[in-house]
Design a protein around this ligand. Structure first.
Ligand code: XIL
Length: 363
């Protein structure tokens, strides 16, 4: 951490002690610290993912934090197929409407997430009336109706869409993931999805979103996908690299290389879902039973700083860096079924106080 930041941080710790005596809630919850959206104003938007849990009564401090710190929003689950279109003839717009209304009230640009994914998509989408696999024709029709209905509803309000999420394989030498979409429609489900999205809202920006694009195999697949889409007349407005990171992964250099390679193709790269777990990938231990130590939070701060240094270097090619969650208590990483332990991956702690990682990012 930079020296000045450390002094500021110490002042905040003092402030926290004082605030518990004086009841100075705004200092305790970061009311007096710089706003990320202003700090990075000349580089990129700073976004955040949230959903209806953040609209609950007990999350008022989180809402204040969001209003003050961020200028872009991605609904965390509310626009996914299983939530917004749970049954063939029933759309459920209420949760997404609530998130969109909050974002609009606070002047945040909204990214729709996501129209086509292999997860959080109900089985009925791929089944016929007898429970067997639905025909290609039926699934294509469902895809088109869904994209038109969802994008149509938020036309002019959601500026860009993660049209397809995570279509690439993670297997060495693999290309497209073996997803239910691909099995039902064939490899051209991607082209169809982007065509339907373009029809549904000609003004919207259309993104492709995935993770680990810094891995050489996946980067190669990404380039191939872009070429194949371009050959069919589909030109993406941006690629979203999710950016779910770990205390020891990815190396900044690999990320630097991926952003340079993709932007070299004339594309914008957004960091669409950043967080930074205190655990290595796949580590299932509960390593911080008494909360995150100062040491590990300092290491996390350094890691965030090195990743943001890369984003800063490429800021002309990055429109938006979005954090996947408002504060540590709301992070999805606490709720993954395979890891029954808390994580601390964001810039703000469970009381909405800025962490060392926050101070490492501000001048
Ligand atoms: C996650 C949400 O944060 C969780 O609340 C939900 O239970 C599962 O999905 N990549 C994505 C996001 O594109 O949609 C995922 O969001 C995290 C990984």
């Amino acid at each position: 951490m930079k020296k000045a930041a450390f002094i500021f941080c110490s002042a905040l710790v003092m402030g926290t002690v004082l605030s518990s005596v004086t009841g100075c809630g705004s200092l305790r919850q970061g009311g007096n610290v710089p706003a990320l959206k202003k700090v990075f104003r000349d580089e990129f938007q700073v976004g955040v993912a949230f959903g209806t849990p953040m609209l609950e009564a007990d999350q008022e401090p989180a809402r204040q934090l969001v209003a003050r710190q961020f200028n872009a929003c991605t609904p965390e689950n509310e626009m996914k197929w299983s939530v917004i279109h749970p049954e063939p003839d029933r759309y459920n717009f209420e949760p997404a409407d609530a998130v969109v209304a909050f974002a609009e009230k606070h002047g945040m640009e909204i990214t729709g997430h996501t129209l086509v994914w292999h997860l959080q998509t109900p089985d009925w989408v791929f089944l016929d009336d007898q429970g067997g696999p639905a025909s290609r024709e039926v699934v294509v029709r469902r895809l088109r109706d869904h994209i038109h209905t969802v994008m149509g509803r938020y036309k002019g309000r959601v500026t860009g869409w993660d049209v397809v999420n995570e279509a690439l394989s993670n297997l060495p030498g693999g290309y497209l993931r073996d997803s239910p979409w691909r099995r039902a429609i064939g490899d051209d489900y991607l082209v169809l999805a982007y065509q339907f999205a373009r029809e549904a809202d000609p003004e919207a920006k259309l993104y492709y979103n995935d993770f680990n694009l810094e891995k050489p195999d996946k980067l190669a697949s990404m380039l191939r996908l872009m070429d194949e889409l371009a050959a069919q007349g589909i030109h993406l407005d941006a690629v979203g690299n999710q950016g779910h990171s770990h205390i020891d992964y990815p190396p900044a250099k690999a990320l630097d290389n991926a952003i340079a390679t993709l932007s070299g193709r004339g594309l914008k790269i957004n960091i669409s879902e950043i967080d930074l777990s205190l655990y290595s990938f796949g580590d299932k231990e509960n390593r911080y039973p008494n909360g995150a130590s100062r040491e590990i939070l300092a290491t996390q701060a350094e890691r965030y700083a090195e990743l943001f240094k890369v984003f800063g270097k490429h800021h002309q090619h990055i429109d938006r860096v979005t954090f996947w969650g408002v504060h540590d208590g709301l992070s999805w990483l606490n709720f993954l079924s395979e890891f029954e332990r808390p994580d601390y991956p964001l810039l703000f702690d469970r009381d909405c106080r800025p962490k060392p990682a926050f101070y490492a990012l501000i001048p």
